[in-house]
Design a protein around this ligand. Structure first.
Ligand SMILES: Cc1cc2nc3c(=O)[nH]c(=O)nc-3n(C[C@H](O)[C@H](O)[C@H](O)COP(=O)(O)O)c2cc1C
Length: 169
C-alpha cells in the first residue's frame, strides 16, 4: 500500500548512505516519470535527464563536488537539466525544475529507495557537462543520488509554522 502523500512528504529524508544493491532501470524510469508530471510554466516541460549508473562516470562526477563520497556511494545518479530552447523564463523554469526534482525525491521514497538532491556540484556544471558529453544547450539544475538506503534513521527538523507565516489576513 503506497504511503499517503502527506505522510510521504513528511517522512522523506535526504539519504546519503546506500547499500551496494543496484537500482532497477524500471525504477529510475518511474522516478523520471514522476518528475515530468510536475507542473511547469506554460506546460513547457523544459527538463531533461541523464541517467548514470556506470562506475567510471560516477567516479569522474564524484571529483566535481565536495559531496563526492555520496556520488561514489550511490549506485545511480540522475542529472536534471533545463533545455535552453524549451525555456521561456529563467526564474519560472528553475522553479519548474525544483518541482520536478521534489516529485522525483518523493517517487524514490514511494519506491522504497533513498535519494538526495545534490546542488553543490553546480559550481562545476561545465565539467559535469563535459564528462557526460552533453551539448551546451543543457543547463544543470541538480544531480540526484539514488540507491537502496543502508539506514533510515535520519532526523530532520523544521522550524514552527508560525515562523514562516508572515501574515494571515
Ligand atoms: C537546492 C538544494 C541543494 C542541495 N544540495 C545538497 C548537496 O550538495 N549535498 C547534500 O548532501 N545535500 C544537499 N541538499 C539536501 C539538503 O541538505 C537537505 O534537503 C536538508 O538538509 C534537509 O534535510 P531533509 O531533506 O532530510 O529534510 C540540497 C537540497 C536542496 C533543496
Amino acid at each position: 500500500m503506497p504511503l499517503p502523500i502527506l505522510d510521504a512528504i513528511e517522512q522523506r529524508r535526504s539519504i546519503r548512505e546506500f547499500t551496494d544493491q543496484t537500482v532497477d532501470i524500471t525504477a529510475l524510469h518511474k522516478i523520471i516519470q514522476a518528475g515530468v508530471w510536475a507542473p511547469s510554466g506554460l506546460s513547457n516541460q523544459p527538463w531533461r535527464f541523464v541517467i548514470v549508473t556506470d562506475a567510471t562516470t560516477r567516479a569522474l562526477l564524484a571529483e566535481q563536488t565536495h559531496y563526492g563520497h555520496i556520488v561514489l556511494a550511490a549506485p545511480a545518479l540522475i542529472a536534471v537539466y533545463l533545455e535552453k530552447e524549451s525555456m521561456y523564463d529563467a526564474m519560472k523554469d528553475a522553479q519548474s525544475a525544483g518541482a520536478c526534482i521534489q516529485n522525483m525525491l518523493l517517487a524514490a521514497e514511494a519506491l522504497g529507495l533513498g535519494a538526495v538532491w545534490l546542488g553543490q556540484i553546480l559550481k562545476n556544471k561545465g565539467s559535469v557537462g563535459r564528462i557526460l558529453d552533453l551539448p551546451a544547450n543543457l543547463d544543470l539544475m541538480a544531480v540526484i543520488a539514488l540507491g537502496h538506503p543502508s539506514r533510515r534513521d535520519q532526523k530532520s527538523q523544521r522550524k514552527p509554522l508560525a515562523e514562516f507565516i508572515v501574515k494571515e489576513l
